[in-house]
Design a protein around this ligand. Structure first.
Ligand code: SOE
Length: 391
C-alpha cells in the first residue's frame, strides 16, 4: 500500500489532533487511499521536538523546519504553528513541491493569505485549510439535505461560536491575543469556522455589518511558550501586556443567493465551551446543529404531518456521510479526533486521486477577505460590500 511521509511543523495542541488523525485514519477508512507515515516532527528546540515526536509517534525530530521542507523523502508538510509563521512555511513547502495542509486561519490577513494561495497554485501541489468542523457527519448531513432541497430555498443562517476559556482576565496573554502573531482575535480563531459553515452550507457572502469588542484590554504576560487556552491562570501582581485583538465579534451577513443571517464569535461567553452552532431556515424546513451535541442534527420539514411537526433529532451513524468508515451504531459518538481523521482521509485521498479538496487555500483566502471586511465594517460602523473589494 502506498505510503506518504508527513513532516509536521508544530507539536502542540493541534499537533496532537493531526498526529491522532494520521494514526487513526487507516483504522477507520480501510483500505486507506495511502497510509500517512509520521516521518518528522519539528518544534522550536531539539529537546521540545524530541519529546513531542516521542509522544505523537513521529520517527524523527528536528528544530529546523527548512531542512524538513527540503527533505526529498517528505511528501506532505502539515503546519500547526501560530498564524504568523504559516505563510513562510507554506510558501517554502509549495516551492519544494510538497502537498500542504495548514491550520486555520491560513494567515493574519487577506494579503498575506493570497501569497500562500499563489504559491500552492504556482507549484501545482494539493492544499487544504483545516476547517475540520464541516467534516462532522451531522454537518455533512445538513449539507446533503440542503443540496437535496429538503429545506427548500434558504432564507436565514444564524451561526455562533462561543467559548469561555478566555473570559477570566487572569488567563495569560498568549499569542492568540496579539495582532502581530494572530492577525485577529475571536474572529480569526473561531469566527472563521462559522464563516466556513456559512459558505459551505449557504453560499458566498456579499455584505457584512459588524460590531467588535475587546472586553479585557490587558492580560498577564505569559511565562513559557505553551498555549494552555486559559487553563493556566496567573496569580498575584504579575506584569501585564496589551490585548490588541477582538474578544467578540458579531456581524449581520447577506448572501449572494438572497439569504440573510448573522455570525457571532466570542471567547468571553461564560458557560459556553465549544458552542459552535448553526440554525438554517429554508422555505420548506429548518436545520439546527450544535457541536456540543455533535452526533445530532435537529430537523423540521414543512411537510411533516401537522400533529408531528416540530424539531426532531437525527442521530448520525452508518446511513450518513462518512458512516461507512466510522462507528457501526448511530450515536456511539463522534469526537474532535474523528473530524480530524476524516479531514486527513479527504486530504490524502485528494493527493492519491489527483482531485481538488475543500476547504483549500482558495477557501481560506475567501474567508480571509470576508474576515478583513468584518474588521473594516466594525471599525467604520457601516455595511461593507465584498464585491467591491479586490479579490
Ligand atoms: C481556540 O479557541 C481553539 O483551539 C481554536 O483555535 C480551534 O480552531 C477550535 O477548534 C478549538 O478552539
Amino acid at each position: 500500500m502506498k505510503k506518504l511521509n508527513v513532516g509536521m511543523i508544530g507539536g502542540g495542541f493541534m499537533g496532537k489532533a493531526h498526529a491522532l488523525a494520521y494514526a487513526g485514519m487507516p483504522m477507520f477508512f480501510w483500505p486507506a487511499p495511502a497510509v500517512p507515515h509520521r516521518h518528522t516532527l519539528v518544534d522550536v528546540t531539539d529537546e521540545i521536538a524530541k519529546e513531542a515526536a516521542a509522544k505523537l509517534g513521529f520517527e524523527n525530530y528536528s528544530s529546523n523546519w527548512r531542512e524538513v521542507v527540503e527533505n526529498p523523502d517528505i511528501d506532505i508538510i502539515d503546519i500547526v504553528t501560530p498564524n504568523n509563521s504559516h505563510a513562510e512555511i507554506a510558501i517554502a513547502a509549495a516551492k519544494a513541491g510538497k502537498h500542504v495542509i495548514c491550520e486555520k486561519p491560513l494567515a493574519r490577513d487577506a494579503a498575506e493569505t493570497k501569497t500562500m494561495l499563489d504559491a500552492v497554485e504556482a507549484a501545482g501541489v494539493k492544499h487544504m485549510v483545516a476547517f475540520n468542523y464541516r467534516r462532522t457527519p451531522a454537518v455533512a448531513l445538513a449539507k446533503k439535505y440542503i443540496e437535496e432541497g429538503r429545506i427548500g430555498n434558504i432564507l436565514n443562517f444564524r451561526g455562533t461560536y462561543l467559548q469561555d476559556w478566555s473570559a477570566d482576565p487572569n488567563s495569560p496573554l498568549s499569542w492568540r491575543f496579539q495582532k502581530e502573531i494572530a492577525g485577529s482575535g475571536a474572529l480569526g480563531d473561531i469566527g472563521t469556522h462559522v464563516i466556513d459553515f456559512a459558505r459551505y452550507l449557504v453560499g458566498e457572502i456579499t455584505d457584512v455589518n459588524a460590531v467588535s469588542k475587546t472586553w479585557i484590554p490587558e492580560r498577564p504576560v505569559q511565562s513559557g511558550g505553551a498555549d494552555k487556552l486559559g487553563t493556566v491562570k496567573s496569580a498575584g501582581d504579575v506584569p501585564k501586556g496589551k490585548v490588541d485583538v477582538d474578544d467578540e465579534i458579531t456581524t449581520l451577513v447577506k448572501f449572494e443567493n438572497g439569504a440573510v443571517g448573522s455570525i457571532e464569535a466570542s471567547r468571553n461567553a461564560w458557560g459556553r465551551n465549544n458552542f459552535l452552532t448553526f440554525e438554517i431556515h429554508g422555505d420548506k424546513g429548518s436545520i439546527y446543529f450544535n457541536y456540543e451535541r455533535r452526533d445530532e442534527l435537529q430537523v423540521c420539514f414543512s411537510d411533516d404531518p401537522g400533529d408531528a411537526k416540530g424539531f426532531r433529532t437525527v442521530y448520525t451513524g452508518p446511513a450518513h456521510p462518512y458512516g461507512e468508515g466510522l462507528w457501526p451504531i448511530p450515536a456511539l459518538g463522534i469526537g474532535y479526533g474523528e473530524t480530524k481523521i476524516i479531514e486527513a482521509y479527504d486530504f490524502i485521498k485528494s493527493i492519491v486521486e489527483d482531485t481538488t479538496v475543500s476547504p483549500n487555500f482558495d477557501d481560506g483566502y475567501q474567508i480571509a477577505v470576508i474576515s478583513d471586511a468584518i474588521l473594516e465594517s466594525a471599525e467604520k460602523g457601516q455595511w461593507i460590500n465584498l464585491e467591491k473589494l479586490p479579490v
